[in-house]
Design a protein around this ligand. Sequence first.
Ligand SMILES: CC(C)CCC[C@@H](C)[C@H]1CC[C@H]2[C@@H]3[C@@H](O)C=C4C[C@@H](O)CC[C@]4(C)[C@H]3CC[C@]12C
Length: 418
Amino acid sequence: MESGSPSQQQQSNGGGSWGAFLKSIASFNGDLASLTAPPFILSSTSLTEFSSYWAEHPSTFANPAQEPDAAKRALSVLKWFLTTLKQQYASRSEQYGNEKKPLNPFLGELFLGKWEDEAGTTELISEQVSHHPPATAYCITNIPSGVRLEGYNAQKASFSKTINIKQIGHAVLTVPSPSSTELDTYLITLPSLHIEGLIFGSPFIELDGASYITSSTGFTAKIDYSGKGWLSGKKNSFTATLYPSGKEKDVLFNVSGQWTKTFEIHSGVAKHNSKDNVVGYWDPSQVSTTKLIVSPVEKQHPLESRRAWAKVAAAIAKGDLDAVGQEKSKIENAQREMRAKEKAEGRNWERRYFNARSDAPDPVLSKLGPIVGLAEHGDAEKTGGVWRFDLTKTEKAHEQLSLTDDDARKIAKELLGQ
Ligand SMILES: CC(C)CCC[C@@H](C)[C@H]1CC[C@H]2[C@@H]3[C@@H](O)C=C4C[C@@H](O)CC[C@]4(C)[C@H]3CC[C@]12C
């Protein structure tokens, strides 16, 4: 991975490259994949890997299943969601000094792994389920507690002063209630974001607007995001309130702080500088993340992300842009040929783990969607469908992951041109 300050990197990669990049952004057509970024901004991580950010603290993810009180369970879900934001939106800039442009996944790309820690085993399945428009679906299950997150995500970008990104899609968290045989459902919307620091050559993410979590148990959380220059004057700020659905003024809990730093949870309506109603606290520097376990590249299926992109990643690490272009083209051309072949044979690429729901309207969206402004059809035309995890496919798909070397070579040639 590249290191050093952006100005050092620009010098070593050709001083004009960042300026040219900024000019290309000004005539940006909304297609993030089409942006030709200078080498120091290129990441060798594919967007399919980003699904893992949802559960890098497995115990916090599984915690709601321990909470017998429905309002406190909803608070525990809100707390887990807030703890994921730093991983999702700031981990690259914290690690490398700036946000990076991830690899654009190909249809059928997989990212599989698991976390093993005091919360037991938590499994991750992430699959690129659509290429035009690009959409990634994921399913994360904490085995001992049965807590499961299913979701999918696409991005719509626009340019006005900077790159603005609206996330399309949503997530559904299922939590077995400890006091009954019921499964609670939480519908989670995704925040909008924009890129700051472009002009200085060190882009980072700021969240804006509001996002929501609403539950089948009758509680809703609204999270309002703000950055530097807004109310708190601090970057990555938020305030969140939890209330009975439909009664926004009856605040049961409120949370405020910075999603990259610390936040405090209070009961009732916020009281600044009051310690009496503090019921919780989060300081990411005090809680370590659990490392995701991913199979060694040579044991992965050819469509697994790190194996499929290994040559591109090696070229990025060397800063060899010609090789990056050549290796990416091999994958893109093989994918184009595969789509043409499917079209000629009148079939579609079969998703390994997910299905686009055909029995619209989707029951979760029908029941909870209106509370948080999500349409019954979930903006399906912008994500290639309303994607749901298909348990019946999973066993078969896991079996097929171990292939003979010959079969693996055949798949790599046919689908990735390698
Ligand atoms: C660095 C910049 C100049 C190039 C543009 C890169 C752009 C395509 C990247 C930058 C940040 C990326 C977000 C990322 O912050 C986090 C997430 C959350 C995850 O759950 C789903 C993907 C998403 C929205 C990334 C999409 C691609 C973004 C916008």
